[in-house]
Design a protein. Structure first.
Length: 214
């Protein structure tokens, strides 16, 4: 099986896994991250196969979406089923492990250009108009309030406190989304993040204008 077939088979497999998600991590999120990663990769010297596979599989074992099942990795199990060589599986798994945001004060600097690209692509999809829509979809899915002025944003010092937060959705902008622009890795990723960051700030300005009836 050649690399193109691996990617096509993986796209079909992942689509089935996420097609019914209503919390902002559906197939179209994965598809956008995949396409964004390919777009960014055109500006970098990187292994496109590793990038595409990691982008497609990056949410398959995400802690936000699935209860841990021992040490079993669904993405590894899938790649082994396809017959991808072990070295490539290990590299893809390492990229996936470095994608997620883990708190304002947690260092998540990727160790390879491939991981930098996939992380940038995933973070770009958390920004801008689509990022806003996804944020409220996730908050509603988790039964979170839209906003509570008495609950202040928290810049989490470790991954455990970030995972446990149940704060209102608006807080997430200050705890993560507005921080992403300055944490992009690639030059092209930074360029794409600028407009999305500006749009989120405009949205929040309008939100608080309406909230405060000014």
């Amino acid at each position: 099986m050649d690399k193109l077939v691996y990617i096509q088979e993986t796209a079909m497999y992942v689509r089935v896994q996420f097609e019914q998600d209503s919390g902002g991590h559906d197939w179209w999120h994965v598809h956008r991250v995949w396409q964004l990663a390919v777009k960014i990769a055109k500006h970098e010297q990187a292994n496109l196969f590793l990038i595409e596979m990691a982008a497609l599989l990056h949410d398959l074992d995400d802690w936000k979406l699935h209860s841990p099942n021992g040490t079993e990795s669904r993405s590894r199990k899938w790649m082994e089923k396809l017959g991808i060589r072990q070295r490539s599986i290990d590299q893809i798994e390492e990229i996936i492990s470095e994608v997620s945001y883990k708190g304002a004060h947690v260092d998540t600097t990727p160790t390879s250009i491939e991981a930098q690209i996939v992380q940038d692509a995933d973070r770009l999809d958390a920004m801008g108009a689509i990022g806003i829509a996804r944020t409220f979809a996730y908050g509603g899915n988790k039964n979170r309030l839209i906003y509570d002025p008495q609950v202040k944003p928290e810049l989490h010092i470790d991954f455990e406190s970030y995972k446990k937060t149940t704060a209102p959705t608006i807080n997430h902008f200050y705890e993560k989304l507005l921080l992403l622009k300055d944490r992009m890795n690639t030059a092209y990723g930074k360029h794409l993040a600028e407009e999305r960051h500006r749009f989120m700030k405009l949205y929040l300005d309008q939100f608080f204008k309406e909230w405060n009836l000014n």
